[in-house]
Design a binder for this molecule. Structure first.
Ligand SMILES: CC(C)(COP(=O)(O)OP(=O)(O)OC[C@H]1O[C@@H](n2cnc3c(N)ncnc32)[C@H](O)[C@@H]1OP(=O)(O)O)[C@@H](O)C(=O)NCCC(=O)NCCS
Length: 201
């Protein structure tokens, strides 16, 4: 069942002063999204769950998101996408209270706060959708993803050895992290309170 959810388009300032636009991803963004994915380091692409260099797959995923319970947002600098985030809900009754978060940031914009901005927007969407528990899944080598999740209060619940295959066909351990939605807000709020960057904005 399609359940529309939109964030208001907004402008945010990164730690280095760069202005970025945050908005929903639409089907019209396909070419921009392909350029963004093509610019990612091979090492990152390798650990993504689908082959994002394949335009048909990327297109299908945007269309699927439009029709389903996946909400996708992007950050843009000018006309270029610099980050992509998603909140994925499930139709399974027993996991109806869960929402999976995903985020990926262009290499040259990392450690400037884009990841946190996207996480905060996904949090607002998750609240709107009455999510109680947020989940993040990653392959073991995705250290930055694990670190940002730990910063946000996620706990490592499970490591399943050799459970998934990366894009080169090698088995990888899957890490599942979870966090209560209230805990996530506490950590997000704390992060912004502690941040000189936020105080200077
Ligand atoms: C994980 C990722 C999204 C983080 O995005 P980002 O914009 O660099 O994150 P932020 O600048 O908002 O970082 C917020 C905090 O997370 C932590 N963090 C983020 N990246 C980190 C890293 N490489 N090492 C250590 N801590 C890190 C820090 O506490 C950081 O705060 P600080 O910079 O004030 O110390 C980005 O590194 C990325 O796209 N990685 C590759 C793709 C990926 O693994 N995606 C996750 C799949 S679920």
């Amino acid at each position: 069942m399609a359940r529309e959810a939109f964030i208001m388009e907004k402008t945010e300032t990164l730690k280095d002063g760069t202005k970025v636009t945050i908005r929903n991803l639409t089907v019209e963004d396909l070419d921009r999204l392909m350029s963004f994915y093509r610019s990612l380091p091979e090492e990152d692409i390798k650990y993504l769950r689908v082959d994002v260099t394949n335009k048909n797959i990327v297109k299908q995923r945007i269309e699927f998101a439009k029709a389903g319970d996946i909400f996708r947002i992007i950050a843009l600098k000018g006309d270029s996408i610099i980050a992509d985030g998603a909140l994925e809900l499930t139709t399974e009754e027993w996991r109806r209270h869960q929402g999976e978060l995903r985020v990926i940031v262009a290499e040259e914009f990392r450690r400037k706060g884009v990841g946190m901005i996207i996480m905060r927007e996904l949090y607002f969407l998750a609240m709107e959708k009455k999510v109680e528990k947020v989940v993040a899944k990653m392959m073991k080598p995705q250290i930055a993803a694990r670190t940002i999740c730990m910063t946000l209060g996620f706990h490592e619940e499970l490591v399943i050895p050799d459970y998934v295959k990366d894009q080169t066909g090698n088995f990888q351990d899957l890490i599942i992290m979870t966090c209560d939605i209230q805990e996530l807000w506490k950590e997000l709020d704390q992060f912004y309170m502690d941040s000189d960057w936020e105080r200077c904005r």
